[in-house]
Design a protein around this ligand. Structure first.
Ligand code: ADP
Ligand code: ZN
Length: 432
């Protein structure tokens, strides 16, 4: 049931002690970086006084912009010859950032991933096909080493090349795959186009969905298409990569491994803690790595804490699925909207296909929102009234969710551009 029972089910009081001890080491270590030396001096912070997570409040959070400005070495806490690898964020939102790893950092991260995979039931007899890009992106190598440590047969196939993916799935009877959710939907279509059924003709039992926000409705859809369990896997390169937080078999919220991080959920405007159960920004302090310590790192990812202890017995707090990013929220006629709200509505309609996009434009000083939605091919067989009714229904459902009514355009499957990597859902053509 557990990869390392003692640590995964550690009583909360013991966990607090462990966190305090690791935090103190982290603060000492952070003083070796020029960024934190400067930050502490500028804010009159006495590192000796940072003894437990509560004391962190006095330290200003670190942002992605800080990491970028600190390029290349301002965050490095060890001599460069101790570093054996670097990773870099995929740069979805700007110039990349670099994170360094010592041998022991990599060993701990590998353990963290193995622990996560074990929690969703992966074992040494699994055949694991890792469909994430290898290279600077952490989703490839990060998950790879965790799966190997578990003893699974690990196929480093990487992202894309769907024909080859399908061939490997079939030939090696892969039982577990790591895949971006939007690509899982696209791949299913390609599998069907080859006359195969993603459920009947394959052996996939575990899917790890990560790297981009997706709704519960999308998960259910993916599970149904593949006849497999799909688990939410959260991570970001700045604080290691995959394995930061992971669902267990109960599939309700992701355990954030608190022996590796101190977790805060803060209001992105005021930076004060959000009330329990309310959405806020995930802010993480790394307490179990040496080369690149990060203190109160603002992830930009929005989630809320789940209150109840998990029936699986793990004591590490659970966070909700990611509700969006502080920077993918868009403002439309004064209303804050997250693409995820729109996705939730679309994916709960069985007529809706697997792809959509949101286009924002401005005409005569007025903002317009168009939601292009692929619908199932059989609906295009001619009954125009039926289509009109469907469009109206989706529009009104969207209105109840986001309080404005976008123009919904129903399109044929395959007409919206797809991507083998992270997908861009919002096209904002409004002039600034
Ligand atoms: P970036 O995309 O910021 O360049 P990464 O490649 O490290 O950097 O991606 C990390 C980001 O991907 C996270 O901050 C988060 O926004 C998103 N992400 C990762 N896993 C998930 C997940 N399971 N659900 C939602 N979003 C995720
Ligand atoms: Zn659990």
């Amino acid at each position: 049931m557990y990869w390392e029972k003692q640590l995964e089910t550690i009583p909360r009081e013991e966990l607090s002690l462990l966190q305090a001890e690791r935090l103190q080491k982290t603060i000492i270590n952070a003083q070796k970086t020029s960024f934190y030396r400067r930050l502490f001096a500028r804010n009159n912070i006495d590192p000796e006084k940072i003894k437990s997570p509560e004391d962190l409040k006095v330290i200003p959070p670190t942002t992605k912009a800080d990491l970028r400005e600190g390029f290349p070495f301002d965050f490095l806490a060890v001599p460069l010859e101790e570093v054996i690898r670097l990773h870099s964020s995929s740069g979805t939102t700007g110039t990349p950032t670099v994170i360094y790893y010592t041998a022991s950092d990599l060993d701990r991260w590998t353990n963290q991933v193995a622990r996560s995979l074990y929690a969703v039931g992966m074992r040494k007899n699994d055949v694991f096909q890792n469909m994430m890009s290898y290279g600077l992106f952490t989703g490839g190598l990060g998950m790879h080493y965790g799966a190997e440590r578990l003893g699974a047969l690990t196929i480093p196939i990487g992202a894309g090349n769907s024909k080859r993916q399908i061939w490997f799935l079939k030939f090696f009877k892969s039982t577990a795959i790591h895949i971006i959710p939007s690509y899982a939907l696209l791949l299913a279509q390609l599998i069907k186009a080859e006359g195969l059924d993603p459920h009947q003709d394959f052996n996939i039992r575990i899917m790890l969905l990560g790297a981009e926000p997706h709704s519960e409705e999308t998960r259910l859809r993916i599970e149904e298409i593949y006849g497999a369990k799909a688990y939410n896997s959260y991570g970001l390169s700045e604080v290691n990569g995959p394995g930061v937080a992971f669902e267990c078999v109960f599939q309700e919220g992701m355990h954030l491994w608190e022996d590796y991080y101190i977790l805060e959920i803060l209001n992105p405007q005021t930076l004060s803690p959000t009330p329990l159960g309310e959405v806020g920004e995930i802010v993480l302090t790394t307490i179990y790595r040496d080369a690149t310590p990060l203190i109160r790192y603002r992830t930009g990812d929005l989630a809320f804490l789940l209150e109840e202890p998990c029936p699986c017995g793990r004591t590490h707090q659970r966070i909700s699925r990611i509700q969006g990013r502080t920077d993918d929220m868009f403002i439309f006629r004064g209303v804050n909207i997250f693409p995820m709200q729109i996705e939730k509505v679309l994916m709960s309609n069985p007529e809706v296909g697997n792809n959509y996009r949101i286009i924002l434009e401005r005409e005569d000083y007025r903002d317009k929102m168009m939601v292009e939605v692929e619908i199932k091919p059989e609906l295009f067989s001619g009954d125009l009234q039926k289509l009109a009714r469907l469009k109206e229904r989706i529009q009104s459902e969207l209105h109840s969710e986001i309080l404005v009514t976008p123009e919904v355009v129903l399109v044929e499957p395959g007409s919206i551009p797809t991507s083998e990597g992270k997908i861009q859902r919002v096209i904002d053509r409004r002039p600034l």
